[in-house]
Design a protein around this ligand. Structure first.
Ligand code: SF4
Length: 350
């Protein structure tokens, strides 16, 4: 059998894996063992599965393969942020970022879910790359296994949180993103609470409703970045079919069905969306359901004209929100010197 005739074993559900093992004449507990190797240990090779007989390992590698995402480069930022560059089995490149906050014992992984992105938000480096393909759940979870190792080695602490805010739009790779979260939160997998997982979307109303109907248990973040349709259309083309009123409807539905935490991400651009009037419009969008606003310092991207708000404007903007009972956090950017900050992932170092 040629290598490219082999099947990716990580595409199986647990039931499918059990049937596949049955076809090979193996009892069902073998499927449980393999499942753990794949989703708890992050095995990249059947030879690592030492509690299987050599014969079974050979049989498996004749029919199946494990297309691991392999980290081949790690960059360290002055502020402790680590960016890892991964090569996928077909040569595509993606990036993942570890954001450590040791004083809070918080070690967050930002994962990518697509190679490139089709949404072309005008301030984003990934959006300039165009979408190449979706990642599989296995390739998403590989980012966890690799970066978790780095976190343990560098900070002596495992990852505590995951955000789907790297390259790509998670809700346009719905099936594999959901599968990856299943493995990450499953007790026989990585066993991380869904409350520690946040999926961030540029705003696709129909898919937000689907998340609600699927009764997901993780948190949802909307990359808002502008508080009226006119400005949002200017920087996020997706807003033309998913305007703020339909997004608010969808988020209200999500909150009503799941009760899960919702946040708005808001990158502050100097003289574009950081006026007091913008803050007042944003306050109105915080009245529909409980929401936290994360104001993010912009990181300049080469070739783009946006400028980051200066600190004074940023603080005044945040103060208007806070004085109107909006729960707001200002996030100073991390990993700027290695292009690992929000909106900067574009495989520039490769
Ligand atoms: S901000 Fe997100 S959705 Fe928009 S282009 Fe960048 S990666 Fe895609």
């Amino acid at each position: 059998m040629k290598a490219n005739d082999k099947k990716d074993i990580r595409q199986f559900t647990r039931e499918e894996l059990t049937s596949a093992l049955k076809e090979l004449g193996e009892p069902s507990y073998r499927a449980d063992q393999i499942w753990k190797w794949l989703w708890n240990e992050g095995a990249g090779d059947f030879d690592q599965m030492t509690n299987l007989s050599k014969k079974l390992r050979e049989k498996l590698s004749e029919k199946y393969f494990i297309p691991k995402a392999k980290a081949f480069k790690v960059q360290n930022s002055n502020d402790g942020t680590l960016k890892s560059v991964f090569e996928l089995y077909d040569g595509a490149i993606i990036e993942a970022v570890l954001i450590p906050v040791p004083k809070d014992k918080r070690f967050t992984l930002c994962v990518s879910c697509q190679v490139g992105c089709s949404l072309s938000c005008s301030f984003c480096a990934t959006g300039k790359m165009k979408r190449v393909r979706n990642l599989t759940a296995g390739e998403i979870v590989d980012q966890f296994f690799e970066v978790n190792k780095q976190s343990l080695e560098t900070f002596g602490h495992a990852l505590t949180n995951i955000v789907y805010m790297g390259m790509g739009e998670p809700l346009l790779n719905y099936k594999e993103v959901m599968r990856s979260i299943h493995f990450i939160s499953h007790p026989d997998g990585i066993n991380m609470s869904p409350r520690r997982i946040t999926v961030s979307t540029a705003g696709i109303a129909k898919m937000i409703r689907k998340l609600a109907d699927d009764e997901v248990r993780f948190n949802l973040a909307l990359s808002l970045h502008a508080a009226n349709d006119e400005k949002r259309n200017e920087i996020m083309a997706i807003n033309e079919q998913n305007d703020l009123s339909c997004l608010m409807e969808a988020l209200r539905y999500f909150y009503k069905k799941t009760g899960n935490r919702i946040s708005y991400e808001y990158i502050a651009f100097q003289n574009f969306n950081d006026h007091p009037e913008d803050a007042r419009e944003l306050i109105k969008l915080c009245k529909h359901f409980p929401v936290r606003v994360n104001i993010i310092e912009y990181n300049p991207v080469e070739g783009l004209d946006f400028i980051k708000s200066d600190e004074d404007r940023l603080d005044k903007f945040a103060a208007i929100l806070a004085n109107n009972d909006v729960r707001v956090t200002v996030r100073r950017s991390r990993g700027k010197d290695i292009d690992a900050a929000c909106g900067q992932l574009a495989n520039k170092s490769v």
